[in-house]
Design a protein around this ligand. Structure first.
Ligand SMILES: [Zn+2]
Length: 267
């Protein structure tokens, strides 16, 4: 397993291993207030630089699904906000402080609501674990984080947001952070009464999609590689939870929203 992974993603694996333990276990020195203030700066720049899908019905749907997951997460001390980016690239990303973005291409790639919920829940999991706030602090230091939060370093905000456009995330998460976000995500869907298997089946689908149309999904793979190991760990964690009596897998609203997006984007 390690050998085949190492062959596929040599740098990624080693960077992940080296960065992993420090990133997740490190003391988080950023206050919630600072994290939200920093996220507000990033969000304003994201929405200046990236095209948002200007459709209240789609945004209301994504926000309502996201709010259910956030409410059932292990972090309810912040207000979450979910918006849709108008691009067919299959990706989603989270900024510090609860600002989350789902690409239009991810919504249309999901087969049912539980798959979409699984990926959104994973992103909420990054916010729950304060992953980007911790990584930014580790890379730039607490003094610079305070400056960003105060809006005093627009240059750094700009260059980090340019990173999202180029790589699909603010910063690359460690493998430990990915694993933690998967677990938090499974907890969120499970507590919301949504089938947690959607996350695993969607990851499998994305692997297959990578063979067919690699360009649409490249960034997702570079920032959240859904490896066989991750899928197996997700499945065994789900198996350790009490089975849900009647989990939600799908909704009519989800398919209406997909149709709406396809009609407006001609995809
Ligand atoms: Zn991730």
């Amino acid at each position: 397993m390690i050998r085949s992974l190492a062959r596929g993603f040599p740098m990624l694996l080693f960077v992940g291993l080296l960065a992993g333990c420090a990133a997740v276990s490190e003391l988080n020195l950023v206050s919630t207030e600072q994290e939200v203030a920093m996220g507000t700066e990033f969000a304003a720049e994201v929405e200046r630089e990236m095209k948002m899908l200007d459709d209240p019905a789609v945004e209301a749907y994504i926000d309502s699904l996201g709010q259910i997951l956030a409410k059932n997460s292990d972090r309810t001390d912040i207000a979450y906000r979910f918006r849709v980016v108008d691009t067919d690239e299959v990706n989603a990303f989270a900024l510090p402080g609860g600002f989350l973005y789902v690409n239009r291409g991810l919504i249309t790639a999901a087969e049912n609501e539980s798959e979409l919920a699984g990926v959104i829940a994973h992103e909420v999991g990054h916010v729950v674990g304060r992953h980007s706030a911790k990584m930014l602090t580790r890379h730039y230091g607490i003094a610079m984080i305070a400056q960003i939060a105060l809006g005093e370093d627009p240059g750094l905000v700009k260059s980090l947001v340019a990173n999202i456009a180029a790589t699909g995330a603010l910063m690359k998460y460690s493998r430990d952070a990915e694993r933690e976000a998967d677990r938090f995500g499974v907890d969120e869907t499970h507590r919301s009464g949504i089938d947690p298997n959607g996350m695993a089946t969607f990851f499998e689908k994305l692997q297959a999609m990578r063979e067919r149309e690699p360009s649409s999904i490249e960034k997702f793979f570079s920032t959240h590689p859904p490896t066989a190991e991750r899928i197996a760990a997700t499945r065994s964690y789900i198996a350790s939870l009490p089975a849900l009596a009647a989990p939600t897998r799908d909704s009519e609203r989800f398919h209406r929203i997909q149709e709406r997006i396809r009609a407006r984007s001609g995809s």
